[in-house]
Design a protein around this ligand. Structure first.
Ligand code: GCU
Length: 669
């Protein structure tokens, strides 16, 4: 339950080395709560790693760790402070006043806290601490967790117990867990958190709940973690007794302005509102014939005097709109480019459907050059086997961030603002945190929280590098063991994609809960909730035709991408059935028929999960018995369920294809 902040003792040599570069923690004081947190972290970390707690002091002793800001910089320190921005830091081993010291420098105390965590990470990774010279500045401004936590403590798509927000006991009782949560977030650079579900209740904006949120904000503040809230668009009707929530109605605007003022009285550093509107039955501006921009701008106007932002979600799809669901967000939002107020971020899911094991990147990325677009990722594994399956999402995040939009840069460059000159930038991760002792539902799901934070700070970090950091801190710094764990993680998401939805298939999961296979379901209330709507398997073949002969949503991508994906021969096999409906005897690049390839992928999924089990078994002795046994038990569930998926999908698809299994293939169990 310490997450990645375990600080296990280093080897004897490592301890001696660390003690030599951490003889004291020196700062200029007077210490703010944030600086206190940085000092405490360094002392606690060094004490645990090196077996001796460095004293705190003001004198520049040899071997000191010096926390420096422009106001409290030791004489002789030359730094380009401006390059560090508000949250960045420099770590530098240098000679000052005749003494070898390590400087952790930043413009703010928050930067010092981030720098302290980074230095401790370096110490655990076995970095050359005597030759340190590194600078790091976050590339994305708002790095946010989105909790889908309800006020009754249930968590939508949560697989780690109840909500950690104990609304009954707040605001009076805050307990230690909230500070641990904030500290963990600070350690990976997360600087904001949306407390409540996007399917929001108006109640969360009432005075009693604002007081509770404010109590959390007080605990989080020293760690640089700002509170945000999901806002229900119809709150002026539900709470204010108004007849309408029309964003152009002056009384509605006045209500929101007054509400924003009230929120900021409770939390002067409140971050802003996250809004899900006109999607899946939620109220929104379209109820009044207005656009998403009208709705977002009204809230933006209320928050602007306080410096708050609106995160307006582009995850929209509606019943009434009979077209291809994958095309709806683009159709509604792209024409609004340039119409949003400057403090609005349009928050876009990584793909156009819904957090599937694999999706192409969302076509809005790059297509709204005059609008800040935030990237929304799901850390909780709604469609990837909940917390019982092992799927490291760093590779999924990397895949979307590195995708070339065809608009002159990658998704990462759109999101960090560099491609289109945006200054307001955001990445959001739907949290997987709950009351479980291990926080996230499983040991390996902690890695996904970690990876989100690290990659939001720097979208160019590789999934592998992040896995290495995490595994070394969480399980073992011993190179062979760490590498074995990393190997297992790196293949795990692909294994899940093969197990469930290979070759670009999507949304085959059980209705409502989204666990386990249900490709046969065709009778749900909405057509676009039915798996059959997505796979379209029949005698003639399988797949969703989004090419020019079908829904043509492929045309929402920039020309270079659209051209490639419009043609099955130039569509990557991993996305083939996302964009094309193809006959069962379609010839794959592997030389197999599509049917044989589908069978091979489901077989590969089972084999990969079995292989993960073997690799983990070989790590017994490298990992403490309790966690080893827990992971092994979960992998056994996954192995059983990979067979369940294979059997259900091959059995069902065979009923559509009427083809025999290729020679030598085991019949579905
Ligand atoms: C998915 C998920 C819902 C969630 C929605 C959203 O559809 O299943 O539970 O509310 O996404 O992101 O708004």
């Amino acid at each position: 339950h310490e997450l990645w902040l375990r600080y296990r003792p280093l080897s004897a040599a490592g301890q001696a080395g660390l003690r030599a570069v951490a003889r004291a923690v020196v700062h200029g004081g007077p210490a703010s709560p944030t600086l206190r947190a940085a000092v405490a972290e360094l002392r606690r970390g060094v004490a645990a790693l090196a077996g001796r707690e460095p004293p705190e002091g003001r004198r520049l002793v040899p071997g000191a760790l010096v926390l420096a800001t422009p106001e409290f910089a030791p004489a002789g320190l030359q730094l380009r402070w401006r390059d560090l921005g508000r949250e960045g830091y420099a770590l530098r081993r240098t000679r000052l006043q005749g003494r070898e010291v390590t400087v952790i420098a930043a413009n703010t105390d928050l930067g010092l806290l981030y720098g302290s965590f980074a230095w401790l990470r370096a110490a655990q990774a076995g970095a050359e601490l005597r030759r340190l010279d590194a600078t790091s500045v976050p590339k994305v401004g708002l790095r946010l967790l989105n909790h889908w936590d309800n006020l009754d403590r249930s968590v939508e798509r949560g697989y780690a117990g109840a909500s950690i927000w104990d609304w009954w006991k707040l605001p009076d009782i805050t307990g230690p867990r909230y500070a641990e949560y904030a500290r963990a977030n600070a350690s990976i650079g997360i600087n904001g958190t949306v407390l409540n579900n996007v399917n929001a209740k108006a109640e969360s904006l009432t005075a009693p709940f604002l007081a509770k949120a404010a109590a959390l904000a007080d605990v989080f503040r020293p760690y640089g973690l700002k509170v945000f809230l999901s806002a229900r668009f119809s709150a002026p009707v539900e709470l204010g007794g108004l007849k309408t929530a029309d964003p152009l109605d002056p009384a509605v605007r006045a209500w929101w302005r007054a509400k924003a003022d009230e929120v900021y009285r409770a939390m002067p550093d409140f971050g802003g509102f996250l809004v899900k509107a006109n999607s899946e039955g939620q109220p929104g501006p379209q109820d009044y014939g207005r656009t998403h921009a009208d709705g977002a701008n009204m809230l933006a106007e209320a928050l602007a005097p306080h410096g708050g932002v609106v995160l307006w979600r582009a995850f929209v799809y509606a019943h009434e709109n009979a077209g291809d669901r994958a095309g709806q967000a683009y159709a509604e939002f792209q024409p609004l480019d340039g119409r949003f107020a400057p403090n609005v971020v349009v928050q876009v899911k990584n793909g156009p459907i819904d957090f599937q094991p694999r999706e192409p990147f969302h076509p809005l990325f790059g297509a709204m050059p005059r609008t800040p677009l935030g990237l929304e990722l799901q850390i909780t594994k709604e469609y990837l086997g909940f917390s019982t399956h092992l799927a490291y999402l760093g590779t999924l995040f990397e895949e979307v961030l590195r995708a070339d939009t065809g608009h002159g840069g990658t998704v990462a460059r759109v999101v960090d603002g560099r491609l289109q000159g945006q200054r307001l930038t955001a990445m959001a991760g739907v949290a997987n945190i709950g009351t479980d002792r291990n926080w996230c539902g499983s040991q390996f799901d902690q890695a996904n929280w970690y990876a989100f934070g690290r990659m939001a700070w720097d979208p160019d970090l590789s999934a592998r590098a992040v896995a290495e950091e995490w595994a070394a801190q969480t399980f073992s710094a011993r190179r062979a063991a760490r590498d074995a764990i990393v190997e297992l993680m790196m293949g795990s998401r692909e294994a899940v994609a093969d197990t469930m939805t290979p070759l670009g298939l999507h949304h085959l999961m059980g209705s409502g809960h989204h666990y386990g296979p249900a490709p046969w379901v065709d009778d749900l209330e909405r057509p676009d909730w039915n798996p059959v709507y997505y796979h379209r398997a029949g005698r003639d073949g399988i797949g969703f035709d989004r090419s020019p002969t079908g829904s043509n949503t492929v045309a929402q991508y920039a020309a270079p991408v659209a051209r490639l994906w419009a043609d099955p021969r130039t569509t990557p096999p991993a996305l083939l059935l996302w964009f094309h409906h193809l006959p069962w005897d379609y010839r794959m690049p592997s030389g197999r028929t599509l049917w044989a390839e589908l069978v091979a992928r489901y077989d590969a999924g089972v084999a990969a999960v079995d292989d993960m089990g073997r690799r983990w078994a070989a790590l017994r002795g490298e990992v403490d018995g309790e966690r080893h046994a827990e992971v092994a038990a979960y992998l056994a569930v996954q192995a059983k369920e990979a067979r369940w998926w294979r059997g259900a999908c091959l059995g069902y698809f065979q009923s559509a294809s009427s083809l025999p299994l290729p020679p030598g293939v085991r019949p579905p169990e």
